[in-house]
Design a protein around this ligand. Structure first.
Ligand code: TXA
Ligand code: MG
Length: 342
């Protein structure tokens, strides 16, 4: 299959919309990462997304909408009968990098939701994404546009690296602003639960809802050290759900996280770097200070770039888990397969 390169012009977006409406796959920019879009109501199209990504079919997709009215065919009872907290978040946070899990309308095919009776929905902010969804005229199922297990793509070139020849088209937009995927929050219970942390933080959601929000247990870090400074404690991390799959966001190079203060970091990275070189490996270092937004923006792009440059081992400096750092650290941990050096 020849993968079309489309621009962000009105004509090209209309063409991309036609492709999605008629069952094809189009990768497109969002403010978080590039998505691989298909008609969410077309079982065949959704199946071909799983195939292009090499993704296990029990992993459900996020359905993207351009307008609140689009919720009516997707969630149980329509927009009007959503849980009150979901209504508030839709009003305050959409369009934006927040995905809500809601009870699904029977018209959403099971293949889109991995057989669940819930559906994850997001209204992206990126202008090209919103125009595309509107042009398609259908809700757009879109996982991140990477081969399953690889870092999510934040540029059109990163999409092509994984998907060229496997999908109908790519809209060649700009690099994504946020750089990590949307916050996913389960709104189906009494209390909202964050399933995937992102740039929309727990504290931010709590402020908007004026209620407590919790993290899913699998996201929690066991901190034995009681001190405020959380650096150096990541070695004690154990994911709480045993069934959790570890390899995610992984470049070809081996990734190791290094926690600790400046001095510890410098010592460790030197020691491990020298050791790697003695073994004939080419080591690289990624460090973002404690700027969580910058780290989010660059992490996946950097991992892919280091792969292209042929590095064998990447040492990433662990980031403070305050605010958006929690979501960034979640991606760092996964890309390292939870390999953390004290
Ligand atoms: O930022 C994003 O969310 C990007 C862009 C393209 O919008 N999309 C994205 O999709 O990251 P994906 O498929 O890579 O990640 C979707 C996440 C997965 O962790 C999936 O398990 C979860 O959302 N998810 C989807 N539907 C769900 C549901 N009904 N219940 C619980 N989790 C769900
Ligand atoms: Mg993904």
């Amino acid at each position: 299959m020849k993968t079309l390169r489309l621009s962000t012009s009105e004509i090209d977006i209309a063409r991309a919309g036609d492709i999605i409406r008629s069952g094809g796959l189009v990768a497109f920019p969002t403010e978080t990462v590039y998505g691989l879009g298909a008609n969410a109501l077309d079982e065949e199209a959704v199946r071909s997304v799983y195939e292009a990504k090499g993704r296990p079919s029990d992993n459900p997709m996020i359905v993207h909408i351009a307008d609140i009215a689009d919720l009516d065919g997707l969630v149980e009872g329509g927009a009007f009968r959503m849980p009150p907290y979901a209504k508030i978040l839709a009003k305050q946070m959409w369009p934006g990098p927040l995905t809500m899990v809601l009870r699904k309308n029977p018209s959403v095919p099971g293949v889109t939701t991995g057989g669940l009776d819930t559906v994850a929905i997001r209204m992206p902010m990126n202008e090209t994404a919103r125009k595309l969804i509107a042009e398609a005229g259908v809700p757009v199922a879109a996982p991140s546009a990477n081969t399953s297990g690889r870092p999510s793509p934040t540029t059109a070139y990163d999409v092509l690296e994984d998907m060229d020849g496997r999908i109908d088209a790519v809209i060649m937009g700009d690099q994504c602003d946020v750089g990590i995927e949307s916050t996913v929050i389960d709104m189906t219970g009494d209390e909202p639960i964050i399933l995937r942390p992102g740039i929309v933080t727990k504290e931010w959601i709590e402020k908007v809802l004026r209620t407590e929000v919790s993290y899913d247990n699998s996201l929690l870090i066991n901190i034995e050290d009681e001190s405020e400074d959380m650096s150096g404690t990541y070695t004690d991390f154990k994911p709480r759900s045993p069934g959790m799959k570890y390899k995610h966001y992984a470049p070809k190079a081996k990734v190791r996280l290094i926690a600790g203060d400046n001095e510890t970091f410098a010592e460790k990275v030197m020691e491990l770097g020298v050791e790697a070189m003695r073994e004939g490996l080419k080591p690289a270092i990624l460090e973002y200070g404690n700027d969580a937004n910058k780290a989010a923006h660059k992490l996946f792009a950097d991992l892919r770039e280091l792969d292209r440059q042929g590095y064998d081992i990447i040492f990433i400096r662990a980031i403070d888990t305050k605010g958006a750092g929690f979501g960034v650290m979640n991606r760092m941990l996964k890309s390292a397969g939870y390999d953390i050096v004290k």
